[in-house]
Design a protein around this ligand. Structure first.
Ligand code: ZN
Length: 176
């Protein structure tokens, strides 16, 4: 598991690990939820435009249907997968597949996001990556929304959010 706020380099870390697998001549497949339409549909795209080919799926179970026997599976934007993603990751891992999952650990209110907590619980290893607080320069854990609305799907569109540390996030959201 690779998790953190927006701008924390989750996708970059996912791509770094997948590229190393490719260099090691391992077969790699990448999936992401169909809801992530920010960039080119067939690519996992990080903000620095590193990219690897990727299959968008409308449900987590489709990963098992489309799985072609790769040694390493990458899942990006995992916070948007349905609950079956937990079963799917466990099935693949039990088959000996190395499953690398990247996603937002918390939504814009600082709440655990989707099935990320369950995935973190069953993972062999969890890495939290951090952005830099735009307000004070400390390590940032939170994706603070700077536009109105409560649609979680907006999470990911970077012009609507800034990374904040716990102290600045708390002042921004909960100060009187
Ligand atoms: Zn701060």
């Amino acid at each position: 598991m690779i998790c953190g706020s927006m701008f924390s380099g989750k996708t970059e870390e996912l791509i770094r690990r997948l590229r190393r697998a490719v260099i090691a001549r391992q077969t790699v497949e990448i999936f992401k939820p169909l809801t992530d339409k920010r960039y080119a549909d067939e690519d996992v795209v990080s903000h620095d435009a590193n990219r690897l080919s990727c299959t968008p799926v409308s449900s987590a179970m489709n990963i098992l249907l489309l799985f072609q026997g790769a040694q390493v599976i990458g899942l990006d934007e995992a916070q948007f997968f349905d609950e079956d993603v937990v079963y799917v990751c466990r099935e693949l891992a039990n088959k000996g597949v190395r499953v690398i999952v990247a996603g937002l650990d918390m939504d814009y209110m600082g709440r655990p996001f989707g099935y990320m907590p369950s995935l973190m619980a069953i993972a062999d290893d969890v890495q939290k990556v951090h952005a830099i607080c735009q307000n004070c320069g400390a390590e940032a854990l939170f994706s603070h929304r700077i536009t109105s609305g409560s649609n979680l799907i907006h999470l990911g569109e970077k012009d609507h959010y800034i990374p904040l540390c716990r102290s600045c996030f708390s002042k921004a959201n909960f100060a009187p």
